[in-house]
Design a protein around this ligand. Structure first.
Ligand code: C2E
Ligand code: CA
Ligand code: CA
Length: 331
């Protein structure tokens, strides 16, 4: 099938000349080897949708999908297609997960996590809709919505007389190249009369690797504007400590898998132990996330954790539950 399509492309690839301009054809073919019942019209619809969601290179793009790949492509397409409507109809909400001191006696921060409950589809995981939004460009308006919503929630908590810890939001790597990103964030804060030091921005270690130049620029712009920066999911990539120190940041969040590995693997333990010592000398806070048990908490504390985030202390919760949590916990 692939060879046949490739042959077709070779036959079609001569440039078209229109108004003295050359146009080179791009072939995007979706071949499906499936036992699923599916009309030709539907398949055409799916392939058109894939055309808009897949990353394509110029020239000939051929993919042959089997049953399970087709089902997941269909699901991704319907997630992708519904994103603009979901934003327009206010179907996104924010949950917040509290971050505690290593001993667990004080809340030091809240991480804002997006939620989407779509009628007819139920809750959709951010692990699905964030990558879809990154591919179709919806991540920019969704991030603006997110920062606006954080500002509205800060206002609600402030009006209720609550002490509000720093609120951390996740920045997608897809936005690192946006030329006016920092200015846009600061404009939103100004409009809502929220101080930049109320916010912190998390950027994953893998985003740093994927777009190092823009990441360095955005991190320093945010920090000079008063917004602290955390490197998220550290240990999921392979960044050396030395190359990390070329970047400005205030907090390092250790990936849950790295923490779990260090429970059984001496090399990982030794690495995390020395990382804890280095961070202390650099005045960078160390956060262990994904802590579910008391023994994991003690382990993280031994490794030099300043702060802890995880189901042991708190799950991500909607604004009203966070109001009650802030009211009942000394901050
Ligand atoms: P993340 O930034 O690493 O967020 C932490 C994730 O770990 C959250 O999943 C949270 O519910 C989960 N978690 C927290 N404590 C525990 C624990 O003790 N055990 C386990 N197993 N998991 C724990 P969630 O909310 O499903 O988010 C998944 C990812 O989606 C986030 O990972 C983040 O990368 C992305 N995400 C969520 N909201 C946003 C957003 O607003 N913008 C962007 N760009 N990404 C977002
Ligand atoms: Ca995060
Ligand atoms: Ca994380």
């Amino acid at each position: 099938m692939t060879a046949w399509l490739h042959g077709l492309y070779l036959k079609l690839r001569a440039p078209l000349i229109l108004d003295n301009d050359f146009f080179y054809p791009t072939l995007y073919a979706l071949a499906v080897e499936t036992s699923l019942e599916c009309s030709a019209d539907r398949l055409l619809g799916y392939s058109q949708c894939l055309l808009h969601t897949e990353e394509r290179t110029h020239g000939c793009n051929i993919r042959v999908l089997g049953n399970s790949e087709l089902l997941s492509a269909i699901e991704n397409c319907s997630v992708t297609n519904r994103l603009p409507q979901a934003l327009y109809h206010n179907r996104f909400t924010l949950h917040y997960q509290a971050q505690y001191t290593a001993e667990g006696n004080e809340i030091v921060g809240l991480e804002a996590l997006m939620r989407w409950d779509e009628p007819g589809m139920g809750p959709i995981s951010p692990a699905k809709f964030i990558p879809a939004a990154e591919k179709n460009g919806m991540i920019a308006p969704m991030t603006i919505w997110l920062i606006e919503q954080i500002c509205r929630d800060i206002k609600t908590w402030a009006d209720a007389g609550l002490t509000i810890p720093k609120i951390w939001f996740n920045l997608s790597a897809a936005l690192l190249g946006e030329p006016f990103l920092t200015r846009q964030v600061l404009n939103i804060l100004k409009r809502h009369d929220v101080s930049p030091d109320s916010l912190g921005m998390e950027l994953t270690e893998t985003s740093l690797i994927s777009d190092a130049k823009n990441a360095a620029l955005v991190l320093s712009q945010m920090i000079s504007a008063g917004i602290e920066v955390a490197i998220d999911d550290y240990g999921a990539g392979f960044t050396s400590i030395n190359s990390m120190f070329a970047l400005p940041f205030n907090q390092l969040k250790i990936d849950r898998c790295f923490m779990l590995r260090s429970l059984t693997c001496l090399d990982s333990y030794t690495l995390l132990k020395s990382l804890g010592e280095v961070m202390q000398t650099r005045n960078i806070s160390l956060v262990y996330e994904g802590i579910e048990t008391e023994s994991q908490r003690q382990h993280a504390e031994q490794l030099g954790a300043n702060y802890i985030q995880g189901f042991l202390f708190a799950r991500p919760e909607p604004r009203d539950k966070i109001s009650a949590l802030l009211a009942s916990t000394p901050a």
